[in-house]
Design a protein around this ligand. Sequence first.
Ligand SMILES: [Fe+2]
Ligand SMILES: [Fe+2]
Length: 155
Amino acid sequence: MDAIALLKQDHQVVKQLLEELAESTTRAVKKRQELLQKIHVNLKAHTTIEEEIFYPAFKAAGKKDEEKMYYEALEEHRAAEDLVLPDLLNTDPSTEQFSGRAKVLKELIEHHVEEEEGDMFKDAKKLLSKEELQDLGARMEARKAELLAELKAAA
Ligand SMILES: [Fe+2]
Ligand SMILES: [Fe+2]
């Protein structure tokens, strides 16, 4: 699978999980915990392959604009993963505070995905050859399998 198709597939999975989480109620404690765990694992694997493999290749192939996109995307990952997600993991799922934080995480990720798919990936298709995108995709797929195994074992 080429790099962009792989990343877009991940986006669909995480967006769907976030959708379900945002629609869940304060009574669905068990369901909320399970969804949050899945989001955690899938998001971490996804952002890691982007940061280790895709983003550096994108930045290296581009110029100033790509460098700007690169740093903005990294900050969005940081906001979601180092700030909002850890908060959510420490929030009681039977509260409306959890509902509010889940909604903020969903909006953050949706915004980030829109920018990646709408700007970065379109740009990447122009900057990188078909072969390069295939090669990046293969490397990310292998790394993702490794990460998912590690993350699930740690969960
Ligand atoms: Fe992404
Ligand atoms: Fe990303």
